[in-house]
Design a protein around this ligand. Structure first.
Ligand SMILES: C[S@@+](CC[C@H](N)C(=O)[O-])C[C@H]1O[C@@H](n2cnc3c(N)ncnc32)[C@H](O)[C@@H]1O
Length: 139
């Protein structure tokens, strides 16, 4: 791969592979903080969660309700559960190991290392959320 990013940073890595390098951990921290803080119109302000999600859900606390794929530090799942504490089932946060390492301990969701270019390990009926992704499968 050879584009402006690779030229500017003198690397053959894609942007995410580059920022996951230990020497770029400050930038990764800044990026995750920015991701959590820059959503102006939040989807939970307009998406009818009660009607579209909660209404049809099986009340099974062991079942996974939502997997946030590439969910950074889990800010979307935290906000979802804050607004809808009655949401049943488990919430799973997936991201790359370097990001998952930085996730604060919580009972709201289960953090898991997963590369979204590999098969999804969570099986069964659940919502897969993929917010704000610009990744191309041609990395
Ligand atoms: C643009 S951020 C979006 C974060 C969050 N979904 C949001 O909308 O606020 C992209 C996220 O995808 C993660 N990511 C990038 N490549 C990934 C991969 N191959 N597998 C899993 N997560 C990945 C990054 O670590 C980052 O947290």
């Amino acid at each position: 791969m050879n584009g402006p990013f690779q030229y500017a940073y003198d690397t053959q890595l894609n942007g995410f592979a580059w920022i996951m390098q230990p020497e770029n951990s400050t930038l990764l921290h800044n990026f995750n903080t920015w991701m959590a803080g820059t959503h102006a119109a939040h989807w939970l302000d307009w998406f009818p969660v009660k009607e579209e999600v909660i209404k049809g859900l099986e009340q099974d606390e062991k079942a996974v309700t939502m997997v946030d794929v590439g969910g950074s530090l889990g800010h979307e799942l935290l906000e979802l559960k804050k607004r809808y504490p009655e949401l049943p089932g488990r919430l799973v946060l997936q991201d790359l190991p370097e990001t998952i390492k930085g996730v604060a301990e919580t009972k709201v969701f289960e953090p898991a290392v997963h590369d979204f270019f590999t098969p999804q390990p969570v099986e069964g009926k659940c919502i897969l959320s993929l917010f704000s992704h610009s990744s191309s499968s041609t990395f």
